[in-house]
Write a protein that binds this ligand. Sequence first.
Ligand SMILES: N[C@@H](CCC(=O)N[C@@H](CS)C(=O)NCC(=O)O)C(=O)O
Length: 204
Amino acid sequence: MRLYATKNSTYSRRVRIALLEKGLVAEELERGAEARRSPEFLALNPYGRIPVLVDLDEAGGESVLWESTAILEYLEAKYPEPPLVPKLPTERGTMAMHVKLCDLEFAPHARTIQRPKRFDPPQAWDRPSFEPAKAAILRHLAILATQLEGRRYLVADRFTLADLVYVPFLHFHGLLELELPDSVAQWWQRLSRRPSVRATEPTF
Ligand SMILES: N[C@@H](CCC(=O)N[C@@H](CS)C(=O)NCC(=O)O)C(=O)O
């Protein structure tokens, strides 16, 4: 199995966490911004984005997958133990809802702020775009806080993909200058203590 990623990529971190949780080892190939524009990489993922996972398919050929949440679902289907997806249909539906909402209501807004703050000099920051992004994040966090009230994890009282997808973005709550609601802060403390989460911390 090969994972095209970088150590500091948020979406790739999701896959790196899932691999560790499942005790799987992939050959990790760093593909920074320039390498992602190469014809070789675009032949793998025409969108030029990481993560990309290459694995053997059922016919003995190679499957190439991109989109972090699709890769997470694939890993679960092919390597179901230990499970990162609950068994009950209602729990699965709830998990899928949270995964989707993370990508619709949290990750893109977090990225609007954290990407330039991490990678660009301050004079290049589009500061006016930060305010609506932060407002959208705060709105979402308030809803998430009610979902987490009295719970240790988002679904099924254990760590699932619903929690995992948030990790790389919540990691930057300090950089985003967010004050986390109590139930979210406690959840984040719990998540950040996991060995898979600690082992994949970005270097900046
Ligand atoms: N929806 C994609 C987003 C992937 C993504 O945006 N990855 C970033 C790195 S964290 C990237 O490759 N950006 C380069 C680009 O968008 O051109 C996923 O979930 O995998």
